[in-house]
Design a protein around this ligand. Structure first.
Ligand code: ASP
Length: 596
């Protein structure tokens, strides 16, 4: 090694000892005679002092150092003079008195400061990701990710799971997104698809008798890039044979419980993880991935205002809609302008309008009087109705109730997004709380209006509830599924299900989804055939590693926890990918580009 110690190994126990360190020049300060540099390595910083009296050559050479030069320094570890210690630095009690200096490499002036935590344009950061990575933020996120993945591997290994790599060149699978296609050179006109997930592969591993499988798997989905989506992402993928929902859920829950206790002992989690049905989640939180770090549940006041003459309520209810709302704690004093912003926010989510009821401060709801109620529709509401609305939405004096009157679906969609946004804006989410939960009892199928047919809510390999199999013919939409989602702080962290393992049932599901038998055989013949050779009952789950790392690190986008992410246009700024290819390459692949 070109060094004897990494910066994290240096402390006052080494005072007097000669050490060699290597790293980058983080900062250089000339203090008259003395030159100070901070040498940065992966672990952190250590201060080096060049004293012209101690080593004149070295001091002279140090004068040439610039930010990001790569250096090797040898010298004795020394205590910093009293009063010059730096408590913020792990090595802040010591410094190295340089006796020799080697410049291992020089550096151009970097396009952004590496030694300062300043906001830098993201595309610039991505273009120079290898420099961005020298900054603590990205470096720490990469290290965190490493620890998470290692924890996962140790955990599954201990439970007897086998890590299996599944292929990346495969066949298009219906995970609900667009495939990335790879043209075949050997078979003109044919394409591989990159896996949207190893779903069918892991099921085939169960047919193959592997019993317990996991993988840190790369998945590819050609979707619009968002804060929590990337064209390629990583998931913890697992599958088990001879199990029920409870088995898969308990292995998953135990993983996160142990991970949190070990890696984040000071953070709060609730165990066992709360469970909600899909219907409850939608009804109370307007989301199938509710953020349970705060309450603010949605209340239904349709019954309370049923006979109200207020046009907005009346019209919505007469049209078969609902009046629902939530309480914003402590927001009764909102100005007209602030209320206007809330309305605009609700409108951006699809509401026609928003009705607010401000409850003035008083000792308790019982003591509320109509004078303390501020609402444009006040004259249509009795005090009793206001109190009832407050009870349904969980509002207390000092709170602002907001109501949406519309179709049930619109009230759900609007209030769900509104609740999430306002919960965060009002800082109701405790940063030390990781709110895991399970969402269960999803419908097996949902109606796709655009295509006019049923599609799988999760994916078509999810088993229906045994008792509902007969519904598949009569009322497909009412068939329950054996799927489960795990949510964390308002994100879908993962999802899985008990699978179909009988060929006839799998075929039946595809038929309900209006695939012809020929299409079924073409696309899924391999799976149906596999199921005909004694497929065991099995089930599994997949958990997004990027999202998990994002939530654990407190970042807002998964790009921050991916070493080399694509930008919002799905472009790799560093390699400049995607890029044009030569005519030669296209020819080999039997491809001619269309002129559009
Ligand atoms: N294949 C599913 C997904 O990637 C997860 C699963 O059912 O295990 O979303």
């Amino acid at each position: 090694m070109l060094r004897t110690h990494s910066s994290h190994e240096l402390d006052r126990r080494l005072v007097g000892q000669k050490v060699t360190v290597a790293g980058w020049v983080d900062r250089r300060r000339d203090h008259g005679g003395l030159i100070f540099i901070d040498v940065r390595d992966r672990a952190g910083l250590v201060q080096v002092v060049f004293n012209p009296e101690l080593s004149p050559d070295c001091h002279k050479l140090a004068g040439d150092l610039r930010s990001e030069f790569v250096v090797q320094v040898t010298g004795a570890v020394s205590r910093r003079p009293p009063g010059t210690e730096n408590r913020k630095l792990a090595t802040g009690e010591i410094e190295i008195l340089a006796e020799s200096l080697t410049i291992l490499n020089t550096s151009e002036t970097p396009p952004f400061y590496i030694n300062e935590d300043v906001e830098v344009d993201e595309n610039l950061r991505l273009k120079y990701r290898y420099l961005d990575m020298r900054r603590p933020r990205v470096r720490d996120n990469i290290m965190l990710r490493h620890r998470v993945v290692r924890f996962i591997r140790d955990y599954f290994d201990e439970l007897g799971f086998v890590e299996v790599e599944t292929p990346v060149l495969g066949k298009s699978t219906p995970e609900g997104a667009r495939d990335y296609l790879v043209p075949s050179r050997m078979q003109p006109g044919k394409f591989y698809a990159l896996p949207q997930s190893p779903q069918q592969m892991k099921q085939l591993l169960m047919v193959g008798g592997l019993e317990k499988y996991y993988q840190i798997a790369k998945c590819f989905r050609d979707e619009d890039t968002r804060a929590d989506r990337q064209p390629e992402f990583t998931q913890l993928d697992m599958e088990m044979s001879f199990v029920t929902e409870e088995d898969v859920m308990s292995v998953t829950e135990e993983l996160f419980t142990r991970m949190m206790r070990q890696m984040y002992p000071t953070k709060r989690i609730v165990t066992p993880f709360p469970r909600l049905t899909y219907a409850e989640a939608m009804e109370r939180y307007g989301s199938d991935k509710p953020d349970l770090r705060f309450g603010m549940a949605i209340g239904d006041v349709s019954g309370v205002v049923a006979r109200s003459e207020f046009g907005v309520f009346k019209n919505a209810l007469e049209a078969g809609g609902r009046v629902r709302g939530i309480a914003l704690p402590g927001c009764a004093g909102y100005s007209r302008q602030e209320l206007g912003h809330l309305t605009e926010l609700a409108q951006s989510y699809g509401a026609k309008g928003l009705l607010s009821i401000a409850l003035g401060e008083c000792a308790s709801l019982n003591e509320l009087s109509m004078e303390q109620v501020r609402c444009v529709a006040a004259k249509y509401l009795s005090l009793e109705q206001v109190k009832e609305i407050a009870r349904e939405t969980g509002a207390a004096p000092g709170d602002l109730i907001v109501l949406v009157a519309d179709t049930g679906d619109v009230t759900t969609a609007v209030l769900g997004k509104f609740r999430q946004e306002m919960g965060l804006r009002l800082k109701l989410a405790d940063p030390d709380f990781f709110a895991f939960a399970w969402v269960l009892d999803f419908p097996l199928l949902e109606w796709n209006k655009d295509f006019g047919r049923w599609q799988a809510t999760h994916h078509p390999f999810t088993a229906p509830l045994e008792a509902d199999i007969l519904l598949l013919d009569k009322e497909p939409g009412r068939t329950g599924s054996r799927a489960y989602d795990i949510v964390l702080n308002g994100y879908e962290l993962g999802g899985g299900s008990i699978r179909i393992h009988q060929a006839w049932l799998q075929r039946k599901i595809f038929q309900v989804m209006q695939y012809s038998d020929a299409e079924i055989d073409e696309r899924f013949g391999h799976l149906l055939e596999a199921f005909s050779y004694g497929a065991p009952p099995h089930g599994g789950i997949a958990v997004g590693i990027d999202r998990l790392a994002m939530l654990l690190s407190g970042e807002n986008t998964i790009r921050e926890v991916i070493p080399f992410p694509k930008n919002q246009n799905a472009a790799d700024m560093l390699f400049n990918a995607p890029s044009a290819v030569t005519e030669e390459q296209l020819k080999e692949l039997h491809i001619r580009l269309r002129e559009e």
